[in-house]
Write a protein that binds this ligand. Structure first.
Ligand code: PEP
Ligand code: MN
Length: 336
């Protein structure tokens, strides 16, 4: 933190330096452009910043403190590797999750699971509780869907992820899935974040549709401070003025997060673009930007999907994409 003082008395400077010492910070005083500047070096908090702002002689306090701690690179320098079943996210390995937007039937999910596993996906996705914009749209098969998901996981031999939308369902869902997804609409549902923090399942934390990177990392912080450090961040596009694509896939966020945080970051080009034709190029762009993996919607018959058919790949398109991504991974010195 940097404390700028306007013509302070010696007592005012000494008081600041004393306080910094009491807060465990090292204070150094220097003169700059006729101003007195004190640098407070150490583990300051945002509360400290507010405190110094009110001290006599202080003109302003410039915070160089990040509000997120446990999620920050300063806290942990090396990349965190998150394991969910036998799927791995982070480190040298690229993980691709694939599957339908919503679980519709046993056959639909099994057919998809067999195809995406054969193509190299490490995890199957499928929504059982669908947070739809319209209350008249298909809301998901709920617990029946979870049973299908679990049975397909066992039969095909692939770990599974599904979205939890209600704190009351966290325990129930943990019996059926290997990873819990927090969707974009719930990124700041703090009751839900606190509940999944108590779970022993890893969390796939999607970015809120109008959330800043800092707000997103603070959501991760909620989960981490509550006891669950196994988090994979997922960029899924944000709202902008552009309407041609469903959302604007913010690949800047991938590069920013890899710098700011040790947590693995994956990208969802399906919700990020909303068009199946754009999944291939944006998947490649995501890996190029440094993403640790992808989550892609795949449906055996997209034109008949109950949700998000327009952005779903066929198993054939997905297989082709995976071939291309494998070559890219080799070029980048990573494995897929
Ligand atoms: C999903 O992945 O099924 C989903 C609803 O995504 P999002 O929360 O990103 O809209
Ligand atoms: Mn979807």
């Amino acid at each position: 933190m940097i404390i700028v003082m306007n013509d302070p008395s010696k007592e005012e400077i000494d008081r600041i330096v004393d306080k910094l010492r009491q807060h465990g910070l090292e204070g150094n005083c220097l003169q700059s452009n006729g101003k007195t500047v004190i640098t407070g070096i150490g583990n300051a908090t945002t509360t400290d910043v507010g405190f110094y702002e009110r001290m006599p002689g202080v003109e302003k306090v410039i915070s160089i403190v990040t509000p997120f701690k446990l999620a920050s690179r300063e806290f942990r320098q090396e990349d965190t590797v998150v394991k969910a079943g036998n799927a791995v996210f982070g480190g040298n390995v690229l993980g691709v999750i694939a599957g339908p937007c919503a679980i519709e039937s046993y056959e639909q999910l099994r057919e998809t699971a067999v195809a995406v596993k054969a193509a190299g996906a490490c995890m199957l996705r499928g929504g059982a509780y669908k947070p739809r914009t319209s209350p008249y749209s298909f809301q998901g098969l709920e617990q029946e869907g979870l049973k299908i998901l679990h049975a397909v996981s066992e039969e095909v031999g692939i770990p599974v992820v599904s979205e939890v939308t209600d704190p009351r369902n966290v325990e129930l869902m943990s019996d059926y899935v290997d990873m819990l997804q927090i969707g974009t609409r719930n990124m700041q549902n703090f009751a839900l974040l606190k509940e999944v923090a108590k779970s022993d399942k890893p969390i796939l934390l999607k970015r809120g549709l109008s959330s800043t990177i800092e707000e997103w990392l603070m959501a991760a912080e909620y989960i981490m401070v509550g006891g669950n450090e196994n988090i994979v961040l997922c960029e899924r596009g944000i709202r902008t003025f552009e309407t041609y694509t469903r959302n604007t896939l913010d690949l800047n966020a991938v590069a920013v997060l890899k710098h700011l945080s040790h947590l693995p970051v994956i990208v969802d080009p399906s919700h990020g673009t909303g068009h199946w034709r754009m999944i291939n190029p944006m998947s490649k762009a995501s890996l190029g930007a440094g993403a640790d993996g992808l989550i892609i919607e795949v449906h055996p018959c997209p034109e008949e999907a109950v949700s998000d058919g327009q952005q779903s790949l066929t198993p054939g398109n997905f297989g082709q994409l995976m071939q291309e991504l494998k070559m890219m991974a080799v070029a980048m010195g990573r494995s897929l």
